[in-house]
Ligand binder design. Structure first.
Ligand code: PGA
Length: 249
């Protein structure tokens, strides 16, 4: 896993966006798996500005939502689909039929999962996957202990993930389950970027990079991926930096 640390939040945003523009220029038909959450929103806004100023286009690309919560109204602003719509898709030129998302309220959830897996595989898997990191090291809804070959499926969220969802919804009816793309397709993505900013991610980043590689901390599995990068700002990398400096002093 490449470790890329940027001095400020702004340079993190600018550099991730510049690399993303590069990938879209090299392959305009890029098949992407994208997260919602707080981490990527400023980067999404920068991509929106990039499209508006003609620097890049999403026209021929394709986007798969990483996951979605269950038990929320379809128009709940905290749903992954709706966050992606609001923070990215409303600002870029990707047509509606090129955006795939998971309908967690469907009657036959097994079928929804099967169809999503088949669609991912029909596209030959993901070219580029962006991920945030949970405070417990989860990747999307792949909570600690998830099997490394799991596919899109229904997941009961861990306590810290339920708590964190309070930051996305505007009511107290927090989701307790969801459906998420499994580690098989995330780890099978041709390129993966793990994004982290802010000091609250510093501890888990240190563990993901220096602790054991184990599905007990799903983000650590990216260290075995042939083309993964951890892209962090200085705050998220602060404990990692301190540990490296100590080791060299
Ligand atoms: P965040 O969530 O981007 O809102 O910090 C990341 C995650 O839990 O995967």
């Amino acid at each position: 896993m490449n470790l890329l640390q940027f001095d400020t939040d702004q340079s993190w945003i600018q550099n991730v966006a510049a690399m993303w523009r590069d990938r879209l220029r090299v392959n305009p038909r890029l098949v992407m798996c994208l997260p919602s959450g707080n981490t990527p929103n400023a980067i999404y806004a920068e991509m929106g500005r990039s499209v508006a100023s003609g620097l890049v286009s999403f026209r021929e690309a394709e986007v798969f939502a990483l996951d979605d919560f269950g038990g929320l109204a379809l128009d709940d602003p905290g749903r992954c689909r709706n966050m992606l719509q609001r923070f990215l898709l409303d600002a870029v030129d990707l047509s509606r039929e090129r955006f795939h998302f998971i309908n967690t309220e469907a009657h036959d959830l097994d079928r929804v999962c099967r169809d999503y897996n088949e669609l991912i595989e029909a596209r030959g898997g993901f070219d580029l996957t962006l991920l945030g990191i949970g405070l417990n090291g989860h990747l999307g809804l792949n909570e600690p202990g998830s099997a490394i070959d799991c596919t899109t499926r229904r997941v009961d969220m861990h306590e810290s993930t339920i708590k964190a969802s309070a930051g996305y919804v505007t009511h107290s009816n927090l989701p307790t389950w969801g459906v998420g793309v499994g580690l098989k397709h995330l780890l099978g993505s041709r390129e993966v970027w793990l994004l982290a900013n802010g000091t609250k991610k510093a501890d888990i980043i240190l563990s993901a990079v220096t602790g054991p590689i184990s599905n007990e901390l799903p983000a650590s599995l990216l260290r075995r991926h042939p083309n993964s990068s951890l892209m962090m700002d200085a705050a998220a990398g602060s404990r990692l930096t301190a540990t490296v400096q100590k080791a060299h002093s």
